[in-house]
Design a protein around this ligand. Sequence first.
Ligand code: PGA
Length: 250
Amino acid sequence: MRRILIAGNWKMNGDRALAKTLVQACAQSQQSNPQVDIAVFPPFPLIPEAVAAAAGSAVAVGAQDLSAQLKGAYTGEVSAPMIHETGASMVLIGHSERRQRHQEGPELLTEKLKQALAEGLSPIFCIGESLQQREQERTEAVISQQLSILSKPEFRSQLADLVIAYEPVWAIGTGMSASPEQAQAVHAHIRGLLTKLGARISGSVRILYGGSVTPESAAGLLACADIDGALVGGASLKADAFAAIAAAAN
Ligand code: PGA
């Protein structure tokens, strides 16, 4: 059985006070919904505050990105061991905002995935098509291409704990969520691709949906067979909304 994971991507928002308040609210909603896993992804400087607020609870804390390098002259970069040392246990890789604005492509993302797995950080690997790609009916091809790095032999033994987030670019921050039918169709395609990597991997890898998830849209999405949780942006910055999404996973 795959446990539902509700993950909050705070992006470049918040301060220490908000981090504490939000994580305390997450800890409460985790207690009320013990069958749901909850994780938050604050900006780097707020991770220690979030880790402190999560202490003693089952709320996981992660980073929104990591360096493809282990150490050295990479100004502004943050390595996997540095993230680990803050107490974070997870990391987002390949969010579409990084793919688009920072030109992150398959080679770089492969290196980031290697760094995360080598350090024991649980990655959420983000994928998704643009509106143009969807209109050209290339969604499945784009998803297959973005996931192709997972078939590298070096990853095979480490993929069972991987989380994938399907986030159509046209749905992120637009208020226009994919419908449950649209999302489930792509999730089923992803599950099919994972089957080629082995039954254990396809059975255990969690596939989250992301893109304008709200308390209103969450229940319909989370009821789909291959949707194992949500990666939530905007609504994760409001304690009540995020708690309602976790409750909708019931
Ligand atoms: P959104 O963001 O919920 O604000 O659309 C989702 C994401 O970017 O992960």
